[in-house]
Every structure is written in structure tokens, then in C-alpha cells.
Design a protein around this ligand. Sequence first.
Ligand SMILES: Nc1ncnc2c1ncn2[C@@H]1O[C@H](COP(=O)(O)OP(=O)(O)OP(=O)(O)O)[C@@H](O)[C@H]1O
Length: 508
Amino acid sequence: MKGEVGRIFGETSAFEFEFVVFNPRDVRRGDYVKVWNDVEGWIVAYVTDVIAKSDVSGEDVLKGRNVEAEVYIAKASVIGKRENGVLKAPRTPFVPGEKVFLAEESLVAEVLGMSDDGVYLGLLGDTSIKVKLDVNSLVQKHVCILAKTGGGKSYTAGVIIEELIEKGVPLLIIDPHGEYASLKQPNDVKEEMERMEEFGIRPKGYSNIRVYVPPGSPFVDRADSVIYLDGRNLDAEEIIELGNITSPSAQALLYQVIRELDDYTLEDIMDRVEEIKNSSKSVLLGALTKIQKSGLFSDNPTPIDILLQKGRAVILDMRGVDPAYQDLIVARICGKLFEMRKREEIPPGMIVIEEAHNFIPERGFGKAVSTQILRTIASEGRKFGLGLMVISQRPARVDKNVISQCNTQIILRLTNPNDINAVRKGVEGLTAEMVEDIKRLPPGNAVIVSPELERPVIVRIRVRKSRHGHAVEIFGEKRGGRKKSKSGGKVERKEKKDGGFLKKIFGG
Ligand SMILES: Nc1ncnc2c1ncn2[C@@H]1O[C@H](COP(=O)(O)OP(=O)(O)OP(=O)(O)O)[C@@H](O)[C@H]1O
């Protein structure tokens, strides 16, 4: 047992207490302490704040009187103790005068419900406790990663992707900025390699990765393959968005033609439009020809099942691709994958969506054809073993229902008040202190909220085993600057793991 670091004083309750800190170097915000409770035994608490007090008044300071003996007071929020695998909160207050000790790491890990197995994210606070989350819960019940630009979102997503690849989870990564192909190479950044021992990892590149690009991508030569979609039965909204058809009469003509057709291709629409006498005919034909010439739609489309395969991660690199096309590609692929997963034609897996605010925008922040299917996967995917990893730098602009469907929430530094507000409202169990922490998190540190953990925790995300790919500017398109598409900390029983349909799909 480490030595006594303070003593409880003043008014206490079963949920919180204050203690005088003997040496301010021993106790800091974010530390875990333990206290003896006469009825319950050792109880673990979290230090939410440390303040310094003195009897020196403003007048004293002006007269030049110095602080002789300041007192340090720590505020602690009670977590509890684990009994028969269940976290129990004390029901009697702590006795003023009781000694406070720093809690041993093994006790903290036990009380917080840390698992020895799972997706290894990093180390808890200032400790060397490994934070690992259950792979099935993480994948099937969705995860979101939220942070301001440069806060470490794609780095953290890369860490989780490495872990999921190692566990054989099929992954499809929607990569609007070409940041993920570098997973193929081992990390060779000197400063990061120097920190690998601290995290107990080694550099590693992943070979079971395939990079696909849409036709016309400026990066075709660096891709493993080109993706082609089945262009049958595109609906009018999709064609309007792809062709940027703004003329109401051309839109009306399109709706009219599609109503008349049954099972149709783009060419069938064009043939029918040719036959009709209408002043908007040439505008519509021009737009349809442009879509046809994009080459995205083919009679010999890429089989969708190869995008979600056991032991493989597929990256859809959409750098330099028109946002309307990105949106449609995501909508079509995710729609097909969801249908196939429902029929169990593909294995359970996860779809990673970078720049999620562009594909699942909150109402009032634009429209995207991919929104509907992604909402459906967020609400129903868990029943069928299809998970989402939602990544965004603008939480306030992502559909709030989708964020609240994510059972694991990883929040790195945020500073925009609207984004902080969105997180405060959408993330259950965040305390006011945690919200303050989020505004000040250093890069690579995250607040993690998960049903696997008894309370939100701050984690130092581990360094990457593979190389982190930085976003690249394409044709003056700024990072994240995609044009708008038109178109209580309360102690509770640990949540019972889902039985029934949510059986363990991935080992480990
Ligand atoms: N856990 C970490 N360990 C070490 N370095 C990290 C960590 N997380 C982030 N970084 C550093 O911070 C930088 C920014 O991280 P990242 O590229 O993930 O930010 P981002 O939030 O995705 O930004 P953007 O919105 O611009 O894409 C990285 O290049 C990396 O150097």
C-alpha cells in the first residue's frame, strides 16, 4: 500500500468528499485514491479537482504579506468497490478524519471493470493500466470518435482499426482524404517509436488491406483496384445530385421518365428522354451524359461482398472525388452491404465513416443521399452484426440520433461551444468536470465513455503500430472543407452484456 496522502475533512456523503492534501506533488486531478469505509471496506474515488487555499486577503497581498502556509484541498467523486463482479457504491458517508491513500493500479483496474482482453486503446490517465474494450460490443454497438481538427481523430481511428484487423474483423473504411492506406507500412516516426515500449507494442504494417478508388480518381495508379457500381435503378434524387440538375423543369422531366420505367439503366432513361418533346430535354440529357461519362456505373459492377471480407480491411480512397459522387457511392455500398448482412451473405463487420458530418448531417446542416441508410444501420445494424465507426470534427453537425446510438464514445479535444454542447447533450454519463477536461485535452488524450467501463475515463491513446497517414490537400480542397451537399458519473451496476442475438461474433 502506498503511503497516506491526505485526510478527509468537513461535510462528507457516500458520493463525494474533500480531503486535505499533505503534499501537493502527491495528489493531482485525475488521480485515483482509496479510503476505508467502516461498513464497506476499501472504496475507490476519483480526484476531480485540487485547489489551494490560504488566509491571505487581497489587502495582505497589496501590503506585501506572503503566503506562509497554503492548504491544498482535493475534491473526490466516489466510484465504489467491486463485489462478486459488480460495482457497489457505499451507502454510508465517509468519516471525517479518515486517511486517504493513492489507490493501487490493480485495485483501480478491478473497480473500473478493466478487461485483460479486447481492443487495446491506450493507458488510463497517468497510470500504466491498459484500457481494453470488448471487441463485440465495440463493433456491434457502434463507436464514434469526435475531436476538433488536429485533435487526433484519424490517429485514434487508426489505433482501433489496427486492433480490429488483428482480430480479423472485416472492415470497410470510407476515406475521403486518403489517410488510411499508410496502415500497410510500419510506423517509423522516431518519437513515436520511442514511446512504443511504454505502451508495450512494436511497429507493424498490415498486408491484408486493399485500396479501392472510384474511376477517374487522380490516385488510380496507387490503388489496388477501381470500384464500379451497378447503375440500375438510380432514383431521381440521386441523379439530380450527381448531375447537379438545378432546373425545376429538367427535374420534373426526370421524375416523369423514371415513373414510366420499371427496371432501368441510365441509358434507358436517356433513350426515353430522347423520345419526349420537352424544352428541358437537352439540359437533362447533358447531365445524364456527364454521369454516364464518369465511368462509375458499369454493366460489370464490382461485387459488393468483396468489400466486407473476413481478415481483410478495404479502404475506399475518395480523395479528389466530387462530393456528390462520394455521397452516392457511400449510400449505394452501405445499402447493399446492409441488405447482404441481413441475409447473412457477408460476415459481420464494421464500416468506418470519416468526415461523418458530410454523410449523416444533422438536420439543418445539409442533405446527403447516404443519410437514410446510415441512420438505419446506426439503429438496426447491431441486430445484424454490422457496426459503424463514426468520425467527425463537427459533432454538432452530425445527426444526433446517430451519435447517441454509438455505445462507445471517444472524445478528444473540442473547443467549439456548439460541438461541446452537442457532446454534453448526446453523451450519457459525462460529468461537468469531464466536459471541462475535454476543452483542455492534450493531443492523443481522450475521454472514453463505454458500457464496458463503470465511468468515463481519460485515456492516453497508444501510439500507432503502423504509419499514420496525414490528410493531403487536393486541388485546393481544404482538409474537411468539402462543399456542402445539396441535396452521472453515478455509480451503477455494470450493464449486462447483450445476450440473445448479440452473441459473441469475434473472438477475443
Ligand atoms: N495517440 C497519439 N500519439 C501520438 N501522436 C498523436 C496521437 N494522436 C494524435 N497524434 C498526433 O497529432 C496529429 C494530429 O492527429 P490526427 O491527424 O489524427 O488529427 P485529426 O483530428 O484527424 O485532424 P484532422 O481533422 O486535421 O484530420 C498526428 O499527426 C499525430 O502526430
